[in-house]
Design a protein around this ligand. Structure first.
Ligand code: PGA
Length: 259
């Protein structure tokens, strides 16, 4: 069975003391679910070290929202995957905000993904179409391009350390989540692509997450879909009670599917 994963992307929110207080507050509420669901917190880079320290003996994982493609060098303002290695578990690569606001290209994201894996980090790779692309029926084309480019050169043995997050850009932060059926359909296509780019076994083990306006209200119907193995949560991951309810409902979906 594929592992389930829920990741909370804090984006550019919280000061260091606020983030630390939040992590301390949420930790005991999340831990009971960590056996059933992989839980990843993605705090801003500035507080990542402190939060990793707070969670050192906890099953809750920590990840970076971004990392560069070189291990070191003249890259002002950048954080390298080598700096994260050994204490940080995951790195999110290719979030649409990085693609759109910071101009990250498919080629750069491929280099980032390769560098993260080389340094022993697990990767959550985000892909997804814009509203314009969706309305022009270009979802499949765009997601295929993003995924194929990001995975270029990745050995088929590696992807058990990769999760894919399908995040339609029009659903992020808008309160307008994709329908569970739309998400499932695109994810089925993603799994077919993974089988081709890597191998059918790898495609079958790779968790595929949905992201975009996930809330305690829609998590149940999303998790009923066979291809959805978890979620990448933005806004609701900043509210302890909401994030815990999302994780709890994800854990409950295992019981439901087995029962
Ligand atoms: P949202 O963000 O849950 O606030 O829509 C999701 C994301 O950007 O990962």
């Amino acid at each position: 069975m594929r592992r389930l994963l829920v990741a909370g992307n804090w984006k550019m929110h919280f000061t260091v003391p606020e983030g630390m207080r939040f992590a301390e507050e949420i930790r005991p509420a999340l831990e009971p679910y960590a056996g059933a669901v992989d839980i990843v917190l993605l705090p801003p880079a500035l507080m990542l070290w402190e939060i990793a320290g707070l969670l050192r003996n906890s099953p809750i994982r920590v990840g970076a929202q971004n990392a560069g493609w070189e291990d070191e060098g003249p890259f002002t303002g950048e954080i390298s995957p080598r700096m994260l290695a050994g204490w940080c578990d995951d790195v999110l690569i290719g979030h649409s905000e990085r693609r759109q606001l910071f101009g990250e290209t498919d080629e750069q994201l491929n280099r980032k993904l390769t560098a993260a894996l080389r340094n022993g980090l697990d990767v959550i790779l985000a892909v997804g179409e814009t509203l314009e692309e969706n309305e022009a029926s270009r979802t499949e084309e765009v997601v295929t391009r993003q995924l194929t480019a990001a995975l270029y050169g990745v050995a088929p043995a590696v992807p058990s350390r990769i999760a894919i997050a399908y995040e339609p850009v029009w659903a992020i932060g808008t309160g307008r989540a994709a329908t569970p059926e739309h998400a499932n359909q695109v994810m089925r296509m993603i799994r077919r692509l993974l089988a081709k780019a890597l191998s059918p076994t790898r495609a079958n083990d790779t968790p595929i997450l949905y992201g975009g306006s996930v809330t305690p209200g829609n998590i149940g119907s999303l998790m009923e879909q066979p291809e959805i193995d978890g979620t990448l949560v933005g806004g609701a991951s900043l509210k302890a009670d909401q994030f815990v309810r999302i994780v709890e409902a994800t854990a409950a979906s295992v019981v439901a599917s087995q029962g």
